[in-house]
Design a protein around this ligand. Structure first.
Ligand SMILES: [Zn+2]
Ligand SMILES: [Zn+2]
Length: 387
């Protein structure tokens, strides 16, 4: 639900830091042919040059628009979305996702948005309207609004903009919450206004291979925009039934980071934005997601509503010490996808391919028993290797 476009079919840049081959068509193929992902959200569909690619795919018959909203390519449904940067005076910036039912609605939204944006071709651009006005424009077009990576210090709503979502948006017009890499349901349970929202675990993929490293299991009828909306609202038996996300300790912004002495402050005590680094006394710290949540919490203990689905921690295979490119290719050749290795293959079967040591680490990753040092300041956490 958070896939960016790197380039269009004609080579025009959309997300500058994204890979060249992240085109609308290639993403659809990767999801359908290689990953078996039944629904994906592409969040640069507001870009007029991306819309040209979509029209080509529809005109050629390669893809088609669904009755219930969304675009079908083989067994995958693509939802048309946009990531937008908002800002209010005196506050930091934050990113939100907007999804619409069909291409013509997205084009109409682009028309409106282009009046308040410097370059509507590009990804995640700032819009110069009040957040509540943006929210109303999205809802008026039958769209869905989801605040993105809400806790991250860089452009997460709680991380850089406000202590409460209700200070920025009308809560009734929020469809769901994207947790981001450094937080999980347990951590979000410290903030009571989040109790009523479905959580999504997605992450921004900068290359085709990384698509689907985080994902959601959703109970729907046949996948479509309308069904997705029902699922977020937990209506008609539809719901998000499981979240699969990176173990938050491995996330790039889990704990506060001091840029003076380059320490990740993985301590018991939280270090909030006004405090000094306990090692060097500097105030040049980037606040971690964990530290931020604890400092804005309105509960002393996390509370998880009964409908909240299980959250499965993932330790991507590339984090496992000793598992290099050669072992990775062997495993993929036998088990097909990283997900089947991480979640389904037996220890015995893995051991037969890459040996007992690595098999044990993979199973420990699955069970959440590997020791992890926390990430922070833009650096991922690590699996701690015991001598
Ligand atoms: Zn973002
Ligand atoms: Zn320091």
């Amino acid at each position: 639900m958070h896939i960016h476009i790197g380039r269009t079919g004609s080579g025009q840049a959309v997300k500058i830091s994204g890979s060249r081959n992240l085109t609308f068509e290639n993403i659809a193929r990767e999801a359908a042919d290689r990953k078996g992902i039944e629904m994906i959200g592409i969040i640069d569909c507001h870009s007029p040059s991306v819309q040209e690619d979509i029209m080509k795919a529809l005109d050629s018959g390669m893809m088609k628009e669904l009755e219930g909203g969304g675009i079908e390519y083989q067994d995958t449904v693509i939802l048309l979305g946009s990531e937008i940067e908002i800002r209010e005076s005196g506050r930091g910036a934050a990113h939100v996702l907007a999804f619409f039912r069909d291409l013509s609605t997205m084009q109409d939204f682009t028309q409106w948005m282009s009046r308040y944006m410097k370059n509507v071709q590009l990804s995640s651009q700032r819009i110069y309207v009040e957040p509540r006005e943006l929210q109303q424009e999205i809802l008026d077009r039958g769209g869905i609004l989801i605040p993105a990576h809400v806790f991250t210090p860089h452009k997460g709503l709680y991380g850089s903009m406000a202590d409460r979502l209700a200070d920025v948006f009308d809560l009734n017009g929020i469809a769901g919450i994207e947790l981001g890499l450094s937080a999980d349901s347990l951590m979000a349970g410290y903030i009571s206004e989040l109790d009523h929202f479905s959580f999504l675990t997605n992450s921004d993929a900068h290359s085709l291979g990384k698509i689907g490293r985080e994902y959601n299991k959703i109970v729907m009828g046949t996948p479509s925009f309308d069904e997705f909306r029902l699922a977020l609202k937990c209506k008609a038996g539809r719901h998000v039934s499981a979240n699969y996300g990176l173990n938050p300790r491995l996330g790039k912004y889990h704990r506060t980071y001091c840029s003076s002495c380059n320490s990740i402050l993985d301590e018991e005590a939280i270090v909030s934005s006004q405090e000094r680094c306990p090692y060097c006394g500097s105030l040049k710290t980037v606040m971690g997601v964990f530290d931020r949540i604890m400092s804005i919490a309105d509960r002393s203990k996390s509370s998880i509503p009964s409908y909240r689905p299980p959250y499965h921690y993932q330790v991507p295979l590339e984090f496992i010490p000793g598992l290099g490119k050669a072992s990775m290719s062997k495993l993929l050749a036998v088990f097909g996808t990283e997900m089947s290795i991480l979640h389904r293959a037996s220890e015995q079967d893995i051991a037969a391919v890459v040996g007992e040591g690595l098999a044990k680490s993979i199973v420990m990753a699955r069970n959440g028993t590997l020791e992890l040092s926390a990430g922070g300041g833009g650096t991922y956490g690590k699996v701690v290797i015991k001598p």
